[in-house]
Design a binder for this molecule. Structure first.
Ligand SMILES: Nc1nc2c(ncn2[C@@H]2O[C@H](COP(=O)(O)OP(=O)(O)OP(=O)(O)O)[C@@H](O)[C@H]2O)c(=O)[nH]1
Ligand SMILES: [Mg+2]
Length: 329
């Protein structure tokens, strides 16, 4: 690769033509914050097509990867192009999940209408959602009709990722005993569609009923959250799932869809800004924080005032960094 990377003209032309090598390069440039990342941003500026972004989450082993594979097959039957972003929960500590996903997705490997990319869940400045949101935009600009994000669990980062999706699918399976946990973690609140996968397994109906009850206790919304039964290993239920996902996308008004890119960017900025504040706070000297603590203990200032003062000290550090056009981390 040339030292400065590829030009925005290169990215603009090649992405418009659906060049998969260029797409992979653009994602890597953004993911690793390479020199040509700004070329990618310039190239995709104004090129967003409004992909349907579908987030898939759920407990480990519920069958998310298998479900994505079957959903992709259904979408391809409908002639849609699909980008898949697989978030590897453990990387860089373990490559296991990534490898598994690659093997399962490999049946679409020769299909030009499918582009799969794994992202490591750790090691991104400003958190995972930043890279994910950008990769969504790149796939969108490259003309993918649907962009699927597969993530895991019910942690905060998943909730963040789900905020950038138009349609959130929460996958459950009988026998995992996680329906109640899912409710506790607030995952139902972000679900637009519930899936009971492994519908070929025993106790599928009791899982279905538990979810139905949980939804009925949840917040009332204009969109009634449907529950779909699927068998990801043989493709059963995927026509219904794809129809419902399409229907959900249709309920989003035009303005909402048009603003998706701005929403994604807003999330990237607020997540990254939060990250910076944390980094800067660490650079405030221990002595200064000790002093504030002592003042609070002596009753000279309140806790809130001391915290605000600490935050201001952190922002001062940030100002210095911004003047230097770089951010310490
Ligand atoms: N019987 C049955 N097994 C399934 C179904 N869907 C997935 N499986 C199996 O369930 C296991 C887990 O599936 P994955 O797709 O890896 O699940 P996952 O949710 O992606 O798992 P993590 O990525 O580890 O969180 C695999 O052995 C799948 O073959 C299904 O519909 N029926
Ligand atoms: Mg998986």
């Amino acid at each position: 690769m040339r030292k400065k990377g590829y030009s925005s003209e290169y990215y603009e032309k090649e992405l418009a033509e659906g060049n998969r090598v260029a797409l992979a390069r653009a994602i890597t440039a953004i993911e690793s914050n390479r020199a040509d990342a700004s070329s990618v941003f310039r190239a995709i500026n104004g090129k967003l097509t409004g992909s349907h972004v579908v987030g898939i989450t759920g407990a480990p082993g519920a069958g998310k990867s298998t479900l994505v594979n079957a959903y992709v097959a259904e979408l391809r039957k409908r002639g849609r192009t699909v980008g898949v972003i697989a978030i590897d929960p453990s990387s860089p500590f373990s490559g296991g999940a990534i490898l598994g996903d690659r093997i399962r997705m490999s049946e679409h490997g020769a299909d030009d209408g499918v582009f799969v990319r794994s992202l490591a869940a750790r090691g991104h400045l400003g958190g995972l959602s930043k890279a994910t949101a950008h990769v969504v935009d790149i796939m969108d600009a490259a003309g993918m009709d649907v962009v699927i994000i597969e993530t895991v669990g019910t942690g905060q980062s998943e909730v963040e990722i789900m905020e950038i999706a138009d349609t959130v699918v929460v996958v459950s399976a009988p026998g995992l005993g996680d329906e109640i946990q899912a409710v506790k973690a607030g995952i139902l609140e972000i679900a637009d569609i519930m899936v009971v996968n492994k519908a070929d397994m025993p106790h599928v109906d009791s899982t279905y009923r538990q979810l139905k009850d949980a939804i009925s206790f949840g917040p009332a919304r204009a969109w009634k959250v449907p529950i779909v039964k699927t068998i990801s290993t043989n493709g059963e239920g995927f026509k219904e799932l794809a129809d419902i996902a399409d229907a959900h996308f249709q309920t989003l008004d035009a303005a909402e869809r048009k603003n998706a890119a701005i929403n994604r960017m807003r999330k990237v900025i607020t997540t990254t800004a939060t990250h910076f504040l944390k980094v800067w706070l660490k650079t405030v000297s221990e002595q200064e924080i000790n002093q504030l603590s002592a003042q609070v203990l002596r009753g000279e200032i309140g806790l809130e005032q001391a915290s605000r003062m600490a935050a201001n000290l952190a922002v001062d550090t940030g100002k210095l960094d911004t003047e230097n056009q770089r951010v310490k981390s």
